[in-house]
Each structure stands twice: as C-alpha cells, then as structure tokens.
Write a protein that binds this ligand. Structure first.
Ligand SMILES: C[S@@+](CC[C@H](N)C(=O)[O-])C[C@H]1O[C@@H](n2cnc3c(N)ncnc32)[C@H](O)[C@@H]1O
Length: 360
C-alpha cells in the first residue's frame, strides 16, 4: 500500500509535470506570436477564476488517482510510470516540429499526409492532421511524439485521466468473477500507442488484453512500450473501430479512450454499436473522452480554445453530443458517467439476459 512519502513524491511529480506543461505552452505561444503571427489562433480569454477552478479540478483528479492506487485497484508504481529518458530524448523533436505545425495552421492545410498513404484503407474523416500534427496518425515520426505531446497538452495528467477507466471496468467485470482471471478478455479500442493498455495491465495482470487501432505506426510504438511491461504481451490488431475483426460476444470488457471526439456522430454511433456486438452479455463498455458542455459548462472557454488552437474538426459536434442517448440506442443499460478534470468517463453494460427479455 502506498505510504505518505510516496504520496508526497506523487504530488511533487504531478506539480512538476504541470509546471513543465504550462511553461512549455506559454513559451511556444509567445514564440509563435513572434515567428508566425498570422497563424496564431484567436482564443477566448480564460479568467483567473477559471484557472483556479481548473487547478481544483486537476487536484481532485490526482486525489482520486492516489486514492484508487491506495485501495489497490492498480499498483502505486503506475503513478510514476513514464518513459522519462525516452521523452527527454524526444522533447527536442517537438520543438523542431513546431514550424511545420505553425505553417500547416497558417495555410489551413489539414490533409497534409505522408506520400504513399492509400486513402482507400481509411475512412475519409481519418485522413487529416488532427491537432495539426505532422503526418496525422500515419507515420512513425508522429507516433514517436504523440505521448509526450498529450502529456504536455494535459499538463502531465493524461495517464491519471486514462486510469479513471479502471474502476468502472473492474466493477463491470465483477459479473465474471467466477471465471479464471486469464479467461477474461478486455479490448482497448483506438489504443494508439497503448498507454491505456499499459494502465490496464497494471490492474489486470492476468487478463487477455487486446488493442485495436487504424494506425500501424501507432501500433508499432504500442508494441515497443508494452513489450517492456511484465506479463503477456497484449494482442495488437490493425482495424477500423466501426467494423472490428472480432467475433460477436467475444470479450467481457471494452475501453475506448479519446477516440469519440475525433469522428463524426454517425461513426461514433457505429463504434458504440460495434462494442455492443463484441461484448458478451453482462460485459462492460467504458468510454473516456473530453468533457462536454452539458457536464462542465464552467469550462466552456477551455473547450472553445481547444477547438480553436488544434485542428479538431468534430470536437464542436462532440461536446454537444448525447453519448448516453447513443449508448441507449445501441442497447446498453446501467449507464453511468462521471467527470474527472478534462475527461468524462461513461460506463455501460450489455444486458445479461437479452434473449430472455426479447422473448417476453
Ligand atoms: C487521440 S488518439 C487516442 C489514442 C489512445 N487511446 C490514447 O489514450 O492516447 C485517437 C486514436 O484513435 C485512432 N482512430 C481514429 N479513428 C479510428 C477508427 N475509426 N478506428 C480505429 N482507430 C481509430 C487513431 O489512430 C488514434 O490512435
């Protein structure tokens, strides 16, 4: 069980990461204003009172993260888990990449993808430079920078937010408590570089873990990160979350982190319906994505700025979307949702007795 010294170390680490993230953004914004002023996005002001509320919300996230490690939901070592040396080596690449990002933003080039990408393999909405990032999701270069970019964006709180899927997932898997742990299959949809899978492995050391993503480059990176973790290597599969290459009722748990805001509403519904198909009756789906206007109206300026600064073509639609409604339409019940800092987490269950209730 984590002790007070570990708690202090965790708090200090998070404060350090937050300071680094804020400083990085401040310096890059100032530099952009000087070097690429015509590409500088017009953001809405964030008053000091809102900054204080954001800080409170982030502190509450870290308190939950600590609390759940203390309860034993996952090992305390996860609180400190990051490829520090690797990130230190990659940090200069983020700076070197900035001029390309500014150029792309200035010239509104949002489909600036590597040569040789076969567009027939991907849905049209995917063939874009989300966040203006170089190569979109379609190169090893992009995959190498992604985790660090997300850490900087969320001031070092990306993994604490990802870990919020663990409690509802474990709660949902209780219905399968009579199975051997190795008989439980959990799929992480749109796993990207596998950060969520890395957290899940800590909480479910014996379960069969699987990850699916459209980007082979991101899956290669995921494979490298996950190979460092003890236990069975999760199975990584390239595919579209709207039409996944797995059998009906073949998994007991599904997680999906930070995908829904990057696709149109119809694709969101398709993904949720696919998750329903793959889950065994009684299985649990846990979605984590950006907060929305309905649950966090006090942070509407932050959501607006996110949309203005980063190329996020479906974000405005997403923050007003009714995800509970979409889950119901797909057939899920026991729908619950909670907000943690910048992330909303939904859990939903595939009804256990579908055939019986359909027969009534
Ligand atoms: C914002 S990233 C989130 C990645 C990861 N879940 C995380 O926690 O960082 C979005 C991911 O969704 C993937 N993606 C987008 N559309 C997809 C689709 N239709 N099917 C599968 N993966 C998709 C992208 O390749 C990318 O890895």
């Amino acid at each position: 069980m984590p002790d007070q010294l570990t708690r202090l170390a965790y708090r200090t680490l998070q404060q350090g990461k937050a300071l680094f993230g804020v400083t990085h953004k401040e310096v890059t914004n100032r530099l952009m204003a000087v070097l690429a002023p015509d590409g500088t996005p017009r953001t809405v002001p964030v008053p000091a009172e809102l900054v204080a509320r954001l800080q409170e919300s982030m502190d509450a996230l870290h308190a939950s993260d600590w609390q759940e490690a203390e309860e034993g939901l996952y090992p305390a070592s996860l609180l400190f888990d990051a490829p520090w040396l690797d990130w230190a080596g990659r940090y200069p690449l983020i700076w070197l990449d900035l001029p390309q990002i500014w150029n792309r933003r200035r010239s509104r080039r949002v489909r600036d993808l590597p040569d040789g990408v076969d567009p027939s393999v991907y849905p049209d909405y995917y063939l874009q430079n989300f966040h203006h990032q170089t190569d979109g999701y379609l190169s090893d270069h992009s995959a190498a920078l992604y985790d660090l970019q997300v850490e900087l964006l969320f001031n070092g709180s990306a993994d604490p937010m990802r870990r919020r899927v663990i409690r509802p997932l474990l709660d949902g898997l209780r219905g399968f408590a009579d199975r051997a742990p190795a008989g439980i299959r959990v799929l992480d949809v749109a796993t990207g570089t596998g950060r969520a899978l890395r957290q899940l492995r800590g909480a479910l050391p014996e379960a069969q873990l699987m990850g699916l993503d459209l980007s082979t480059a991101y899956l290669r990176q995921a494979n490298r990160w996950l190979a460092q973790v003890p236990g069975e290597l999760p199975q990584l599969v390239q595919g579209n979350a709207e039409c996944m290459p797995f059998a009906d009722s073949s998994v007991q748990g599904i997680t999906c982190v930070f995908l829904l805001h990057e696709m149109p509403g119809a694709a969101r519904q398709n993904v949720i319906a696919e998750c329903f198909r793959l889950l065994e009756p009684g299985g649990v789906l846990v979605l984590a994505d950006s907060i929305q206007l309905a649950d966090s109206p006090q942070f509407s300026a932050v959501m607006e700025n996110f949309r203005r600064v980063f190329h996020e073509p479906y974000y405005r639609d997403y923050i007003g979307d009714d995800i509970d409604g979409r889950l119901q339409v797909a057939g899920f019940d026991a729908i619950e949702a909670r907000t943690h800092f910048m992330t909303r987490v939904w859990s939903a269950r595939k009804p256990a007795h579908q055939q019986e209730s359909a027969a009534l």
